[in-house]
Design a protein around this ligand. Structure first.
Ligand code: F0G
Length: 462
């Protein structure tokens, strides 16, 4: 087998800048040790997110020139609508400026206070938008998702038995919608099988509950189905994706991921009445229904992105490059969530720093150390992101896991960048015993990880 290469060449380059360790230490101090508060120009390899960070293709830039900025009825909207209908199959397309706007519009239309929304695992903005309308977000991942070192293929699945249990417990009238997130981002970027989507859809429809998909990474999920699910290897990714969507009543989508665009999203549905209500809300806060919060040129970039993202040479390279990072870290002994996800490798911070208890924020320590060591930026997905302060007792509660996500932007970094990242992480791993914990000195009520300030509980940077 020959090396799997990047199936593109580079037409336009962006310089990245190396900093010294002393400079990085100062940058971290100025940012309250929160990598979200760093200036991006001080980051060498930015693995904070795969969202909105894709390199666009020559075809996408060409389409941007074709973008039509008519306030109403732009041909750019109809081009995107045609592609969405072809690939996703839903009747109504409602464009939004990004995924969370789609979530807000969907949940504020369908949910009432006291309702319950199940998901395999809610992403943080999804959970926040469910909670913002007074409903309860319930995660129902399969138990295998907890076996972090076990390389099972579909650890992103929803626990169907638990879904049935929830329906029996709270009653269908309190469950206005059920969602499944593909791939399961907060659950380690693990894919969901076609069989699981089919089964969850059947349970929902048996009870008359609308079933929606959070489709951010649908193409990576479809390719992992093709690779790992029995009977799927001969089908095209497009065919698999279409089948996945055929089981759903609608979806939310952030085009910043598998739309290969830098901004954009949509909510889509087959429900005429819901679409009407959603459009009313859209006009209030996003824009006219043929552009949502977007420029015509953005709609064009997404329409082309949705063609390119299902190309199998692209997906072959994409999945191989994520696996390459995961396999090299594993070979160096670094604990990661197995197998590597579709868009990211998740370092297991609890296993990396077993001597740092959850409430001393091991993921935060690791994220700060990776930046200090080599200017690499990842993101904590642990107690900072998902822990809570008990509103009654004031007691700090740990999150369900302690991870650091290294998300790979699409078509941006080359193999030597990834080799460098492996070296940085391995160096931090070798000195892990000297690494301690952090405490939070400032935090917001919701989504605290974006703006919190921290203080090291050990001699950081010495
Ligand atoms: N759903 C999932 C599964 C996501 O991963 C994201 C964003 C959203 C919804 C919201 O979309 O950012 O366009 O508003 N995830 C990014 C990330 C931010 O880094 O994983 P958005």
């Amino acid at each position: 087998m020959k090396t799997i290469i990047e199936p593109f060449r580079i037409k336009s380059v962006e310089p990245i800048r190396m900093t010294t360790r002393a400079e990085r230490l100062e940058c971290l101090r100025d940012a309250g040790y929160n990598v979200f508060l760093l200036r991006a120009q001080d980051v060498l390899i930015d693995l904070l997110t795969d969202s909105g960070t894709s390199a666009m293709s020559a075809e996408q830039w060409a389409a941007i020139m074709r973008g039509d900025e008519a306030y109403a009825g732009s041909p750019s909207f109809y081009r995107l609508e045609a592609r969405v209908k072809e690939l996703f199959g839903f009747k109504h397309l409602i464009p939004t400026h990004q995924g969370r706007a789609a979530e807000r519009i969907l949940f504020s239309t369908v949910c009432r206070p006291g309702d319950v929304v199940p998901n395999n695992t809610h992403f943080d903005t999804t959970r926040a938008n469910v909670e913002a309308v007074g409903a309860k977000a319930v995660d129902l991942p399969v138990p295998e998702s907890q076996r972090r070192q076990d390389p099972l293929p579909f650890k992103g699945n929803m626990d169907v038995g638990a879904l049935r249990g929830l329906i029996a417990e709270v009653g269908v009238e309190r469950i206005p919608i059920c969602m499944i997130t593909i791939t399961n981002n907060s659950g380690g970027g693990q894919p969901v099988s076609l069989a699981n989507v089919r089964e969850v859809s059947a349970v929902c429809h048996e009870h008359g509950i609308p079933f929606y998909i959070d489709a951010c990474r649908f193409a990576e999920n479809a390719y992992l189905i093709k690779l790992n699910e029995a009977g799927q290897s001969e089908r095209s990714v497009e065919e698999i994706a279409r089948e996945v969507f055929s089981y759903a009543d609608g979806c939310t989508f952030s085009a910043k991921k598998d739309g290969l665009a830098n901004i954009g999203g949509f909510v889509a549905t087959n429900d005429d009445r819901l679409a009407e209500q959603e459009r009313e809300l859209l006009i209030l806060t996003e824009g006219f229904p043929t552009y949502g919060g977007l420029a015509g040129r953005d709609l064009e970039a997404i329409a082309v992105g949705l063609q390119e993202v299902v190309h199998e040479d692209y997906l072959h390279y994409r999945l191989a490059s994520v696996r390459y990072l995961g396999d090299h870290l594993t070979a160096a002994g670094v604990p990661i969530v197995q197998p590597p996800g579709g868009h990211a490798v998740y370092l297991d911070a609890a296993a990396f720093l077993p001597h740092v208890p959850p409430l001393e924020l091991p993921g935060q320590s690791l994220a700060a150390e990776l930046y200090l060591e080599g200017g690499v930026r990842g993101v904590e997905i642990g107690t900072v992101m998902f822990g809570r302060r008990d509103p009654e007792t004031g007691e700090d509660l740990p999150g369900p896991m302690e991870l650091v996500r290294l998300a790979i932007p699409r078509r941006v970094y080359t193999q030597s960048h990834v080799d460098y990242v492996v070296e940085v992480i391995t160096d931090v791993y070798h000195r892990r015993e000297s690494i301690g914990g952090f405490r939070m000195t400032r935090q917001a009520e919701v989504l605290r990880h974006f703006t919190a300030w921290f203080e090291p509980l050990y001699a950081f940077g010495t």
